[in-house]
Ligand binder design. Structure first.
Ligand code: FPP
Length: 229
């Protein structure tokens, strides 16, 4: 039996921005803006707690089916965040990683991401892994295709793990989804084999250090057995 203190890797499905905005009779983008502030608060809290890795589901492969203005607004928000926080990341020793496909992302967004990833690559504090244009089935399929290109006749679990978007990222011990929805939505299907799930009705823009602490308290109460006794 393994005792739980703090997870090394927390992954978050940041859901409910649209509903948060709707409740206030605001456009959906106002919800995403407020969501970006919740990202900032949550990262600060994770850093203070000494959590080494956090993955944020920022944009899924399925999100391309949203209205064009919403997609553009989300991409603009991401670009602004990269402009605004890359310096902060350097000051705070934060490292940025990205998981996802580069397909369909604009050259401007890709350039900003590459720059921030490169600049922060030697930082040793919190690693923020942004799941961007991310789909878990696509990730696993891409891994298998990489292995096929190596002419492998038989593949192992370790081979697939080594070909995921971020092979050095430990599996998340805790996955949080906000807004009351209780599903994985094509997020980290491979890596979540032994994850604990924490669902909260809190909408993502209302998430904060206190809500993160509640998730961590619940996580600490659970016993993880990895299929053993
Ligand atoms: C889900 O809410 C949220 C998203 C699809 C995008 C997440 C983006 C952010 C939190 C803001 C920007 C992030 C960064 C890293 C700068 P929803 O729109 O599906 O909400 P709904 O289900 O209530 O409609």
């Amino acid at each position: 039996m393994q005792s739980n203190v703090l997870p090394k890797h927390i992954a978050i499905i940041m859901d409910g921005n649209g509903r948060w905005a709707k409740k206030r009779h605001l456009p959906r983008l106002a919800g995403h803006n407020a969501g970006a502030q919740a990202v900032q608060r949550t990262l600060q809290a994770a850093q203070t707690l000494g959590i080494p890795f956090i993955t944020l589901y920022a944009f899924s492969t399925e999100n391309w089916s949203r209205p064009k203005e919403e997609i553009e607004g989300l991409m603009a928000l991401l670009s602004q965040a990269l402009d605004k926080y890359t310096n902060t990341a350097m000051k705070e020793n934060i490292r940025l990683w990205v998981s996802g496909s580069r397909d369909k992302l604009s050259p401007t967004v890709l350039e900003k991401i590459d720059k921030a990833v490169k600049l922060t690559s030697k930082n040793t504090g919190l690693t923020v892994n942004l799941a961007l244009n991310y789909g878990a089935r696509q990730e696993i399929t891409a891994a298998v295709n990489k292995l096929l290109a190596q002419n492998k006749k038989e593949i192992t679990v370790e081979d697939i793990s080594a070909c995921l978007y971020q092979p050095a990222l430990p599996d998340p011990e805790l996955i949080i989804r906000t807004s009351g929805e209780e599903r994985l939505s094509n997020f980290l299907l491979w890596q979540s084999a032994y994850s604990e799930f924490y669902f909260t009705p809190v909408l993502w823009p209302d998430f904060n250090a206190e809500e993160l602490q509640k998730a961590l308290d619940e996580y600490a109460r659970r016993t993880r057995r990895f299929g053993g006794l």
